[in-house]
Design a protein around this ligand. Structure first.
Ligand code: NAD
Ligand code: DAU
Length: 350
């Protein structure tokens, strides 16, 4: 019987990871630990919230005392750490928030497991979920490998790079059993509509402009979120101790081409004539320090653990658009902020 803490489980990727572990491993107890910031939404987990192997606790990873108390009581064998401030644009306005949650919060968690595991590391693992943005930006060619030198540019990526360094430092200094994954851009259901793809879907549905930063020639490698959750499951269980794995979609898109693809798919879904949604495209001021291109070489996880993306982009994007069209309540709750009421009602029951 394993006990796992998953931090940030009410967020976009975290909720898919929690769902996968709760459904896949009924013999585990999964504790979802999340502060429920603006990005945390328990509505994401309605379908599994009553499962006997699932628990939720509202807690902030920057609250050292509370984290030690929770960990001492729950005694997890494993931690999958996703809780973070995740939006690059917000990090440009409030960098300190990112240092607090992403750096200090990670160190508090590392300290908590170091304390409760007390050098008994048999069957224990701390899995740190990180990003490809720690590697910086690529030009037109080349890929990030696990050996690429860290070179973050935004306060967000600098905070994630720093957290990765702390995880490695705890492995080297205290022999803590850790593993790190660095993934490319995710997309899929439950993605908060401040991020590019859900923002496009939301704005097309509401006939609002589609803001494209700069000239739109920035390139991202997109991966369907459920494939990321599967990769995390594999690395958590089978990845080498103290190692890191890149995860990516082998799926690069220039932003401007991506907008046109989303417009085309949504014109069809909405019965609009082709080209109608694309009229909403508006070029806006660029993001400061905008990384030109991310591209992941995910051959290591493929060779060692047999992982590769299972969902191709057009299929994943179609599923995503369908999900947003079928879940407009979710979208309305998130954009109006009323999803927080769900938490207030739900929390009393827990
Ligand atoms: P998200 O913003 O959707 O969710 C973050 C979750 O963490 C929320 O539920 C929030 O309430 C919680 N949280 C934030 N600060 C907290 C704190 N101090 N204490 C406890 N909980 C806190 O983020 P996401 O997109 O799901 O990303 C999850 C993780 O994956 C992050 O670590 C991110 O860096 C990493 N990542 C994201 C992507 C991506 O494309 N979204 C790609 C690679 C890696
Ligand atoms: O690469 C992994 C990272 O991907 C994760 O670590 C981050 O948590 C996640 O937010 C994401 O970062 P990006 O900055 O790449 O994602 P975002 O959706 O914010 O932007 C994707 C691209 O689209 C980027 O080049 C900026 C551009 N963009 C974004 C928004 C919100 C626009 O052109 N217009 C927009 O309105």
């Amino acid at each position: 019987m394993k006990k796992l803490v998953i931090t940030g489980g009410a967020g976009f990727i975290g909720s898919h990871v929690v769902r996968r572990f709760v459904n896949q491993y009924p013999e585990y107890t999964i504790l979802n630990l999340d502060a429920l910031t603006y990005a945390g939404n328990l509505e994401n987990l309605k379908d599994i919230e009553d499962k006997p192997n699932y628990q939720f606790i509202k807690a902030d990873i920057t609250d050292e005392k509370q984290i030690i108390e929770i960990f001492s009581e729950f005694q997890p064998d494993g931690v999958i750490h996703l809780a973070a401030e995740s939006h690059v644009d917000r990090s440009i306005t409030t960098p300190l928030e990112f240092v607090k949650s992403n750096v200090i919060g990670t160190v508090i968690l590392l300290d908590a497991v170091k304390k409760i595991w007390n050098k008994n590391y048999e069957g224990k693992r701390f899995h740190h979920v990180s990003t490809d943005e720690v590697y910086g930006a690529l030009n037109e060619t080349g890929f990030f490998t696990e050996e690429t030198k860290y070179n973050p540019h935004s306060p967000y990526s600098a905070s994630k790079a720093s957290s990765d360094h702390f995880v490695r430092a705890y492995a080297d200094t205290y022999n803590l059993p850790v593993v790190i994954t660095n993934c490319s851009n995710n997309y899929g259901p439950n993605h908060f509509p401040e991020k590019f793809i859900p923002l496009l879907i939301h704005n097309i549905l509401n006939n609002k402009t589609l803001p494209v930063y700069g000239d739109g020639n920035y390139t991202r490698d997109w991966l369907y979120v459920i494939d990321h959750a599967i990769a995390i499951d594999l690395v958590f269980h089978k990845g080498k101790n103290k190692d890191n794995y890149n995860i990516g979609g082998f799926n690069e898109w220039k932003n401007i081409d991506l907008v046109h693809l989303v417009c085309k798919l949504m014109d069809k879904k909405l019965g609009r004539s082709e080209g109608e949604s694309a009229k909403l495209i508006t070029f806006v001021k660029d993001r400061p320090g905008h990384d030109l291109r991310y591209a992941i070489d995910a051959s290591k996880i493929n060779k060692e653990l047999g992982w590769k993306p299972s969902v191709n982009f057009e299929e994943g994007l179609t599923r995503t658009i369908d999900w947003y069209m079928d879940n407009q309540d979710w979208l309305n709750h998130v954009t109006s902020g009323s999803y927080r009421k769900y938490y207030d009602e739900q929390y009393d029951l827990i």
